[in-house]
Design a protein around this ligand. Structure first.
Ligand code: C2O
Ligand code: CU
Ligand code: CU
Length: 573
């Protein structure tokens, strides 16, 4: 399809929705705040292309993408994730430090018509995080449909700073991605699209007030990196890395943001009322071993935006708001970063090309530690509270954004050099450059694996290019707590459900003391999972009001011995 379009430039202009037409107003996702969040994942459709068919999409509580969720550090939050898709899905909370069983990786599969109820206490620093599907071999397809959302953490430190924080006014989310539309306006599941989408908007424009404006920029693309900068070459100030505020704002005129990464930037529009400027991707400057810097004219990676400069957002400067923020703070935070000398051990990982390894797009699969991902293979046992250096040696011809779950890390070095000041803060993605000639690239980061040990549920590390991840460029580790004493009482899987029958709520009564549930699943009489409750707090019972009347099996995995028992209950009108 693409090869064909690249030959026919008339069709190309119709299908690449990047140039030559009027601007559309940037869509700003709705917000949710509080501590209890209902997310319904839907098969839906949206008018993304101005004329012609609507596009079949996936969305959360809406037509595509999902709400921006605001949470506060220290709050215990409850997510109620309902899968209304025809397929199974998972939802991963990218960047969150939380128990593995709540993490939403490839193991926490939510079947259709099931509600998954993870909860956790927000331990992350104020910054911009996100959530997205993570089903193995389905990540690219489900992310392409548009399923995802921003998760913004606030805390006292960030709140005490004079920073813009009026959402959609002077604090603007920018979700960068690209898509390929076919001739009937449907998404193709391909690594690179022909059209830039900013907040799912083609040719986006937005009015900003003539003052200091904060942009929260997420690279939500399947593969492409964006080398962002302004058309007038103006300076902007980077204030966060993936997982928190930097110590001070760092002045930049370009910033290369890779898949999965976030930065928040400040841009000063004071006294510029009536002018306009474009935020652009200067991807013509990228080498061909950087995602988006290649210039394929044929084959599955050919695309209209490759190695080109293109618009991300037309910015029109309007009147300032009341009480505008106009000055950039000198200091933001006093972070204490991890030092190499804090580490108990160094793990050696490799990234390599696997010529000939079978995959969906040809022979160029990429591997971590020379083997493809398998759901039932665990690579590392990380002792709880270990501080570890992960040293990644890459012989790949191509660069890969490496992401790890559970922790925020500090980059120690990239090819022997300390990271740029914008990358010196808390990170959960690091770009591992491709090899230079015959010299491998080496990236080292350091992280502390505290708080959450779980003998059953692993955390992932992987390339955040969804195509590579789906092809197997992923591995997993378990955080182990060897000092924990296990309470193995003999009868600890013996429990009852009351009341039974029940209408709204059931309670669990263990027949031996000191028992708790590691996982509860409620399954209907035809074997479909309806509720998934990781580590449920049983004092309040289990809300069953959304279930249809009928007979259900409740599967309870005991926290103490990981044995699963089942009991039946009846849900009444
Ligand atoms: Cu944002 Cu494991 O991914
Ligand atoms: Cu993640
Ligand atoms: Cu990769």
């Amino acid at each position: 399809m693409k090869q064909f379009l690249l030959v026919l430039s008339i069709s190309l202009n119709l299908i690449s929705h990047s140039y030559g037409q009027s601007f559309n107003n940037l869509w700003i996702p709705d917000t949710l705040s509080g501590t209890n969040f209902n997310l319904r994942i839907l098969d839906t459709f949206a008018q993304i292309v101005n004329t012609g068919n609507q596009t079949i999409t996936g969305g959360i509580n809406g037509k595509f993408w999902g709400p921006t969720i605001f949470v506060n550090k220290g709050d215990m939050i409850q997510m109620n994730v309902q899968n209304k898709l025809k397929d199974s899905v998972t939802i991963h909370w990218h960047g969150m430090h939380l128990p593995a069983v709540m993490d939403g990786g490839p193991h926490q599969i939510i079947p259709p018509n099931t509600i998954w109820k993870p909860y956790w206490t927000i331990k992350n620093e104020a910054a911009t995080y996100w959530y997205h599907p993570h089903l193995h071999e389905m990540a690219m397809e489900q992310i392409t449909k548009g399923i995802g959302g921003l998760l913004i953490v606030r805390d006292a430190k960030e709140r005490s700073l004079a920073l813009p924080r009026k959402y959609g006014v002077d604090d603007i989310p920018l979700i960068l991605t690209d898509r390929d539309f076919n001739s009937s306006n449907q998404f193709s599941t391909v690594p690179y699209g022909d059209s830039m989408l900013t907040n799912m908007t083609l040719r986006a424009k937005y009015d900003v007030p003539a003052q200091l404006v904060r942009f929260r920029v997420l690279n939500a693309a399947i593969e492409r990196s964006f080398n962002i900068g302004f058309s007038d070459g103006r300076t902007f100030y980077v204030i966060t890395s993936d997982g928190g505020l930097l110590n001070e704002p760092i002045a930049k005129t370009k910033y290369l943001l890779h898949a999965g990464e976030r930065i928040e930037i400040l841009v000063n529009f004071t006294n510029q009322n009536g002018s306009n400027v474009d935020l652009k991707a200067y991807n013509s400057l990228l080498g061909n071993n950087i995602p988006g810097g290649e210039n394929f004219v044929n084959g599955p990676f050919a695309n209209f935006l490759g190695k080109k400069d293109f618009n991300i957002l037309r910015i029109n400067v309007a009147s300032p708001t009341a009480n505008p923020v106009t000055t950039i703070p000198n200091n933001l935070a006093a972070n204490t970063y991890l030092k190499a000398s804090d580490a108990q051990l160094t793990r050696q990982l490799t990234i390599s090309d696997s010529m000939g390894f079978p995959n969906i797009l040809g022979p160029n699969a990429f591997l971590i530690n020379r083997k493809p991902f398998k759901l039932n293979y665990n690579e590392y046992n990380v002792p709880l509270n270990n501080t570890e250096i992960w040293q990644i040696t890459s012989s790949s011809i191509f660069g890969h954004p490496f992401h790890i779950h559970d922790v925020e890390f500090n980059i120690l070095s990239i090819n022997g050099v300390a990271p740029d000041a914008t990358q010196a803060g808390w990170k959960d993605v690091v770009f591992v450059p491709g090899r230079t000639g015959n010299t491998n690239s080496v990236v080292k980061f350091i992280a502390k694996f505290d708080d959450f040990a779980d003998p059953l549920h692993p955390f992932m590390y992987h390339c955040h290019i969804a195509l590579h991840e789906d092809e197997g460029m992923m591995g997993q580790f378990i955080v182990t707590n060897t000092t924990a004493t296990q309470n193995l009482s003999p009868l600890n899987n013996d429990f009852n459900i009351y009341p039974n029958p029940a209408k709204d709520r059931i309670f669990i009564r263990f027949n031996t003391p000191n028992q708790s549930a590691y996982y509860i699943k409620v399954i209907d009489s035809s074997g479909r999972t309806k509720l998934m409750l990781p580590q449920p707090k049983l004092e309040n019972g289990i809300d069953i009001h959304s279930l249809k009347t009928g007979i259900y099996h409740l599967l309870l995995t005991n926290q103490n011995n990981m044995i699963t028992g089942s009991k039946t209950f009846i849900k009444t009108e």
